[in-house]
Design a protein around this ligand. Structure first.
Ligand code: CS2
Length: 484
């Protein structure tokens, strides 16, 4: 086991961070945070010190807060190498607060001047920001609740806004907000949503946030499947103790952050983080090449009966299609001297094939309406505008349509895991053929941009693929595309 010496009393390795204080509040203490930001921050503190331990906040659940607190915030990260597992113990989290149970303790933490950064991994759907208008959506349940009850917020935008209002009134400098979700220009999106939300409550507060709060964007990357019994068993076998908070992940890890932290940050660069002026080229590359291919793999896998990403990659035709999609995505990117898209694609293929990673296609297939725009629809429009081949994007979108159609047609609409699943089920309730499925789904408000729908070849491209999938099966569509 890697890490520090063993503590006699608990069986856990001793905390190598000593009595370092807290400097970060992290909202959304899921597996990804534990396998990514928590690891980088520990490495940065080991290399350069600093009071940068993390207070975790769970917006809704209480379980992970209780479990982490019972372990003094410590947990194991199992790194699944094709050649064997490694296990590392992470001590960056000092404790976790459950916002639903102890909201005032959350505000006390957020208003402590020692807290200089708030990081977030809450998934795309938690923000409630309409990315076409860059305003908050008042029909998002948390936004609607928090606009009506700004002093008792339940959603992430409401909590951050109330905390910043209190900090301003106390005369404390605002914390820097670092979004770590897979959204394009995630800092700019969060900033726009926060300023709009705050302005609806109090124009002065909206102005103060716009002028004083910094929202660097970041690109995060580490494939982290949901923990399973196999994760806990591996930890038990390797360390001899039970860890209810263990996570498993791949060897690869990347974090690119815009360096805009006026009141300080950990020495993340000492842990291998790339600190840059503009994260967009990295983020476009990752969202379109990795996440776009992931979504394609997910819907393809769900339609073809492949449980894991690695199973899709083990099918030679599917693997060719995935590589073809990465090339199509790369063709929409602005070339940059420091980024080699072909190398990136080769590395992605190897990561997706990792036999030690059991990443379920079902997990990635979740929340399609939140993921499609940045992963598939934006590059499709850019390919269309550039007159280049957009068939791969059309095929991936047709796979999503076929996937939700199949579940609804089989009376399993409830199994669609998506914040808009009721709208999808209603829209598709009587759609029998490719044209009807297409028409109903593109009519979902705010999902497909008018510019893409106005592009004449788009509709036939998607409906032709959908027809092949509905009539002959998804693998027939795969073969047709790779033969083209
Ligand atoms: C995946 C991502 O579930 C998904 O939608 O595409 O979680 C992906 O594994 C990560 O972004 C990898 O960094």
């Amino acid at each position: 086991m890697t890490g520090s010496s063993q503590s006699a009393s608990t069986g856990w390795p001793q905390n190598p961070l000593g009595d370092a204080g807290n400097g970060i509040v992290h909202i959304g203490v899921g597996a990804f945070h534990r396998a990514h930001q928590a690891v980088y921050t520990q490495q940065a503190m080991q290399a350069a010190g600093g009071d940068w331990r993390i207070i975790g906040v769970t917006p809704r659940s209480t379980d992970i807060a209780d479990q982490l607190n019972a372990q003094d915030g410590a947990f194991c990260v199992v790194v699944r190498n094709p050649a064997g597992d490694e296990c590392q113990t992470i001590h960056t989290i000092s404790h976790v607060l459950a916002a639903a149970r102890e909201p005032e303790a959350v505000f006390d933490a957020l208003c402590d001047p020692a807290i200089r950064i708030v990081t977030l991994t809450v998934t795309e759907k938690a923000y409630g920001i309409d990315r076409q208008t860059m305003k908050v959506s008042s029909d998002h349940p948390a936004i609607a609740h928090d606009l009506a009850h700004p002093g008792q917020p339940t959603g992430v935008i409401g909590i951050l806004t109330e905390a910043l209002r209190r900090r301003r009134d106390m005369g404390h400098a605002p914390f820097t907000c670092l979004c770590c979700d897979n959204l394009p220009e995630n800092g700019a999106v969060l900033r726009a949503g926060m300023v709009d939300f705050a302005s609806r409550l109090d124009a002065d507060l909206g102005d103060w946030i716009a002028q004083n709060v910094h929202f660097p964007s970041s690109m995060v990357d580490r494939i982290t499947p949901a923990s399973t019994d196999a994760t806990y068993e591996t930890v038990r076998a390797m360390t001899g103790h039970d860890d209810a908070c263990a996570v498993e992940t791949e060897p690869f890890s990347q974090w690119v952050i815009e360096d805009d932290f006026p009141i300080g940050r950990p020495a993340w660069e000492k842990a291998g983080v790339l600190m840059v002026d503009d994260v967009r080229p990295y983020e476009h590359m990752k969202l379109r090449m990795l996440n776009g291919s992931h979504s394609l793999i997910a819907y393809l896998g769900q339609l073809a009966g492949y449980k894991y990403v690695r199973d899709v990659m083990a099918d030679e035709d599917c693997a060719k299609l995935v590589r073809h999609h990465m090339d199509a995505a790369a063709a929409t990117l602005t070339p940059l001297a420091e980024l080699d898209f072909a190398d990136y694609a080769n590395d992605l293929v190897a990561r997706f094939c990792n036999p030690a990673i059991a990443h379920e296609t079902r997990q990635i297939a979740m929340d399609g309406t939140e993921k499609l725009p940045q992963r598939l629809l934006a590059p499709a429009l850019e390919a269309a505008n550039a007159g280049s081949d957009m068939s791969s994007f059309a095929l991936a979108v047709a796979m999503w349509m076929a996937y939700v159609h199949k579940l609804v047609a089989e009376g399993q609409g409830d199994r669609i895991s998506d914040p808009r699943k009721d709208e999808i089920a209603t829209a598709l309730s009587e759609a029998q053929n490719a044209d009807a499925v297409y028409e109903r789904l593109v009519a979902l408000p705010g999902l497909f941009t008018p510019a893409l729908l106005a592009h004449e070849p788009w509709q036939p491209a998607v409906t032709n693929w959908l027809t092949v999938i509905l009539n002959d099966g998804v693998l027939a569509a795969v073969r047709k595309q790779i033969a083209a």
